[in-house]
Design a protein around this ligand. Sequence first.
Ligand SMILES: Cc1cc2nc3c(=O)[nH]c(=O)nc-3n(C[C@H](O)[C@H](O)[C@H](O)COP(=O)(O)OP(=O)(O)OC[C@H]3O[C@@H](n4cnc5c(N)ncnc54)[C@H](O)[C@@H]3O)c2cc1C
Length: 388
Amino acid sequence: MASLNFATPPKTTDAAEALRQEVRDFLAVELRNRPPVKRAESWSGSDPDFSRKMAARGWIAMTWPKRYGGHERSALERYIVLEEMLAAGAPVGFHWVADRQSGPNILRNGTEAQRQLILPKIAAGECSFCIGMSEPDSGSDLAAARTRAQRVQGGWLVNGTKVWTSSAHRADYMILFCRTGAKSDDDRHAGASQFLVDMQQARGHGMTVRPILDMRGGHHFNEVAIENLLLPDDALLGNEGDGWKQVTAELAFERSGPDRFLSSFTLLIEAVRALGPAAPDRAAIAIGRLTSHTLALRRLSRSVAAMLQAGEDPALQAALVKDLGNVLEQETTEVVRLLIDVEPSEYEGNSDLSSVLAHLVMTAPSFSLRGGTREILRGIIARGLGLR
Ligand SMILES: Cc1cc2nc3c(=O)[nH]c(=O)nc-3n(C[C@H](O)[C@H](O)[C@H](O)COP(=O)(O)OP(=O)(O)OC[C@H]3O[C@@H](n4cnc5c(N)ncnc54)[C@H](O)[C@@H]3O)c2cc1C
């Protein structure tokens, strides 16, 4: 069996802990009126003004080069800002995808012109991204994607359908994954490419974005129909045909951060609050177990951040963090329901615990689907360990 190595996570420093305090002070002011049920939205909660305020503090694009609007801070410092934001339930959704994966993808694969055009806007908290990967017949099996970009005079002509595209109705850009060439007999990942789509130009000019409502009736994701959308030559991101390599590298950024194990953290806080200092032993043990799992995952996730910063490819480790993290996020809802006799309900006037629990009961099932399903992640882990 192959071995699974994690890097030693970086030790914290006085400067990093001073930054943590600075973030906490900022959040104490900015989130003073944010109710727990809104905090429970975690990184799905979006507020462009809040993103701009974070940017003004230098807390977006933290590790990127200064010439692209970044701040050249360490992966550890970035991690501290992310975990404090998530633990507090800050509305980071506007810039989250851009900061987490689209920006790093452009930094790695974009042309100089693409970097200069887009990265400073992300760093300023003024530019949001969506991810155009999944299709009606191609979710887990991304290599089966059928959306096609065909070279024509003056650019690329795109046709196809994307689905579950979070924020496509309001994002400034999409990174679109599609076919540009044929698969080969021995490589079904060949012939794919990524494109940078300016959504303001695309919507209504070959792209139709239709809402899909989630179980709570909320509008987060969409179906995106693309019919003869003309993209300019310079919309190609990276090399033609390198789409698979680029998208799998992007997924390591998508799968390993604290957003993959802190989505239920507001519920844990509300449960501790409701149980109080005289919690029965059974409850204290259960809460202690959830807390120790959170800390273990934090260590693993910080280790993956260190590997990414070192330019390594921790796709296997990232899959493991996401899978274990999603188990914890979903288990939290179940454990709280068993421990505390409370009706999950979002009706006004109900307790914070009741409304946060209701929110999580409705959203937690999606945690092990978004960003790659449990079965797919376990397949990646098994393959990485030489078990299949
Ligand atoms: C909240 C949310 C937000 C999302 N946002 C985006 C987004 O912004 N952009 C985007 O592109 N996509 C997005 N998605 C889509 C997500 O990536 C897909 O739902 C996911 O990849 C699964 O694809 P699918 O829904 O087509 O399910 P399928 O691939 O059809 O899978 C159905 C079931 O079969 C299982 N399965 C499939 N293949 C195998 C296999 N080989 N072995 C074992 N089991 C298998 C799966 O695990 C799953 O349980 C989002 C999804 C959710 C829930």
